[in-house]
Design a protein around this ligand. Sequence first.
Ligand SMILES: Cc1cc2nc3c(=O)[nH]c(=O)nc-3n(C[C@H](O)[C@H](O)[C@H](O)COP(=O)(O)OP(=O)(O)OC[C@H]3O[C@@H](n4cnc5c(N)ncnc54)[C@H](O)[C@@H]3O)c2cc1C
Length: 489
Amino acid sequence: MTPRDYDVIIAGGGMAGLITAASLGYHSKGKARTLVVDRNLEAEPGKKTHNGWTCGDATSKRSLDYLAEHIGVRYGSPELEHPVKGVYVYSPDRKTKVLFEGEGYLFNRKLAPRRQVEDARKVGTEFMFGATAERLLAEDGYVTGVSGRKADGSPFRATAKVVVDATGSSSVLRRFLQIPSMIEKEIDPEDVVGTGRYIMEFESGADSKEYFDPDYCIIHLDQFIAAGGYAWVFPKGRSKVNIGLGVSKSALDRRNRMFKLNDNLQTLIDKYVADNPVIKNPRQPQAESDSGNTKGNWQVPVRRHNDCMVANGFALVGDSAWMPRPIDAGGISPSIYGGTILGKVLAEALEAGDAGEAALWKYNVEYMDTHGYPMASFEVLRRYLQTVTNSQINYGMKHFLSEDDVAAITERKHPQFNRARFANPALWLRVLYQLSLARGLRYTVEKSATLVDINLAYPDAPGGYEEWRKRLSKELSETVQKFKPLDAN
Ligand SMILES: Cc1cc2nc3c(=O)[nH]c(=O)nc-3n(C[C@H](O)[C@H](O)[C@H](O)COP(=O)(O)OP(=O)(O)OC[C@H]3O[C@@H](n4cnc5c(N)ncnc54)[C@H](O)[C@@H]3O)c2cc1C
């Protein structure tokens, strides 16, 4: 093999890329020669776009514990800004609220990458800041490096045994992958949500836990406020908030047509903030820890993760691998799990001197077995939720959602919606009253279970992939057809 500049180049130093670097350094005991190429200047690592580190900032304690247990990295203040005890989800009529218990934290996404860069440097990672990766280099069916441009416009090229694409949801590297591979390169626009948020300090107006709770994240389901998505009020202190919403473009278009309105993501967010009676006199925080990060919109993929995330000398992680959870667009935990696992597999591949698709395949398998399988099945529930009306959500949350369903979702399992079953005569009337809702939920349960089974049968080696993919496609295409957007052709 021609000598390479590095063992691994990680393009993109955000949440997923920096965790991959830390994990690779940990598992290779600092021996891997790793370069992170990030387009931001060193003073602003991990910045997603010129609007900042746009995120809802919330993640579960469970995923942070996983990171600590597996690579010994334990975050604290200031990168973790505020603890929460769980998430309250409100129905559109606000008459039902459901608690998803489980401790979590609100990150400071601007400060976190600084800590993550330090962690990665401690285990030997080098950085090239202010450099945008534009294309992959390839030779003999292997990815061999990246080329791109530095901040001053001058070109750069660097070679490696493996390139990791961690460039986030707008990845061009994946899209222009030029070697034969089973990686899917394009995402359906229906599988992307537009999201945006403010980080604000405020004076307390009304005292209402429905609109702000310093101890809990709040999610408002409402197809009028956040068509095909949801709106959130996440506390970052007693008088500081991350507030925003996400929408599916086609659902928003439909809602605008239906009500003869012309809203866009930004007008919806502004209205949502203005309508919150607790948040009075909101202002953008002035502290360095928030400056440049108080207002921003960006996109999140909400399908199952890419069914194959490796090729010869190449791997995907984080949003570029479409990892966020389909029902809530949470992509921090998947980046933590994905980056931790990928770092370990890369260290093993380097040790074995084999960076081919088959050697990297273990990453596909371990991610699916650890975190990916229930996430993928949530794709069905997400598709279904995007087709229901506010009154169906009101009814469903009130009558069909049980404590067991809530516990299942919290545990990242799929809910059973047993209250929407015909099998229980006590519930016949309820089921008959909302027949299509009950049927949709039952279909979701059955299809999710099938998808979980398929995911858990993910092939151990590339040879079994084609057969497996056929089985998955058959199940999925039926679901996509059944739950296609209401007025789609
Ligand atoms: C509004 C909003 C709210 C969200 N809320 C939550 C939430 O509350 N909880 C949660 O878990 N998830 C949330 N997410 C999702 C979460 O933010 C992402 O899943 C997560 O940041 C993914 O990390 P990543 O490293 O894959 O990508 P990113 O964080 O986007 O990092 C990519 C990095 O690569 C750099 N880069 C991009 N292109 C190039 C290039 N060509 N060359 C070099 N560098 C490049 C970027 O500048 C950045 O530093 C939210 C997302 C949005 C947009």
